[in-house]
Design a binder for this molecule. Structure first.
Ligand SMILES: NC(=O)c1ccc[n+]([C@@H]2O[C@H](COP(=O)([O-])OP(=O)(O)OC[C@H]3O[C@@H](n4cnc5c(N)ncnc54)[C@H](OP(=O)(O)O)[C@@H]3O)[C@@H](O)[C@H]2O)c1
Length: 260
């Protein structure tokens, strides 16, 4: 089966499914819409019921297929429930898993409550661990599938006061390599995309503080969510068939240069 079959030429049971966590806004929504345009049926998920339904409706109005399932990935029991709901709801193989949900609460280490630390690790590391454990074995059995981990520039660089966020994103980054070793030999490609400063909800209230910083980047601006989504779509596509265990920075050049 081609994983890029035009949705118009497939019966529902042939349709490959893609699950994008955090697809109720920003990078995740842009990715879900892009993968729907590429012929995947989409599982939209996040905590916000209204925005989840809105993502689904946008896909449906463009002629695609989608379902929306609400889950708080900070709660491992909710992740397990989501896994059960996905298994019940889809009528074809889950071919693509994008671990995108996330965000940050930041504080100096000594002022970081344990709950904040645990939440960061639950969303960025444990939820991907549980979801991959649930769905990657079937991909491996079929001999094809793609997993994308959305990391962060801070996976490889530190900033003061962001220990829980950075450490949890670094854990996810290592999972890209672990899963490449584990599932790669059975046809499942796993890669990371590390966004730089992307103009989404997470920074809309503080953007004016970053004008000088963004102008100093080689690209001279912040990124659009679609620019990250396009990188993910490429890594999902057959054009990326020999890319395993890689990390693609989508950061306007931030990681490559020292700003003087
Ligand atoms: N924007 C940037 O500059 C930037 C930079 C580096 C990395 N990233 C990473 O890119 C990813 C997407 O971020 P974004 O910029 O697109 O932000 P966003 O627009 O706020 O989207 C974040 C998504 O994650 C979901 N999410 C957050 N916490 C969740 C939880 N506990 N359970 C379930 N879903 C949860 C949100 O869903 P609900 O709101 O519905 O709960 C939302 O769909 C994140 O992993 C972020 O760390 C972003």
């Amino acid at each position: 089966m081609s994983i890029h079959t035009d949705a118009s030429g497939t019966s529902p049971s042939d349709t490959p499914w893609a699950l994008v966590t955090g697809s109720t806004s920003g990078i995740g929504r842009a990715t879900a819409l892009g993968l729907a345009a590429d012929g995947y049926a989409l599982i939209i998920t996040g905590r916000d019921k209204e925005r989840a339904a809105e993502s689904r409706r946008i896909i449906e109005s463009a002629g695609g297929r989608a379902i929306d399932l609400v889950a708080d990935l900070a709660d491992p029991a909710a992740v397990r429930a989501l896994i059960g709901q996905v298994r019940e709801a889809i009528d074809g193989p889950l071919e693509v898993l994008v671990h995108n949900a996330g965000g940050g609460s930041f504080a100096p280490t000594e002022a970081t409550p344990e709950t904040m630390f645990d939440t960061a690790f639950n969303i960025h590391a444990k939820a991907p661990f549980l979801l991959t454990g649930a769905f990657a074995p079937a991909m491996a059995e079929r001999g094809h599938g793609v997993i994308i981990n959305v990391g962060s520039l801070s996976t490889s660089m530190a900033a003061s006061g962001t220990c829980a966020f950075q450490a949890s994103k670094a854990a996810l980054s290592m999972m890209t390599k672990s899963w490449t070793a584990e599932y790669g030999p059975r046809g499942v490609r796993v890669n990371s995309v590390d966004p730089g400063y992307i103009l989404t909800r997470v920074n809309q209230d503080i953007r004016s503080m970053f004008t000088t910083y963004l102008a100093s980047l080689p690209a001279g601006r912040g990124g659009d969510p679609n620019e990250v989504a396009n990188a993910i779509r490429f890594l999902v596509s057959p054009q990326a068939s020999y890319i395993n265990g890689a990390t693609l920075a989508v950061d306007g050049g931030k990681n490559a240069v020292v700003v003087m």
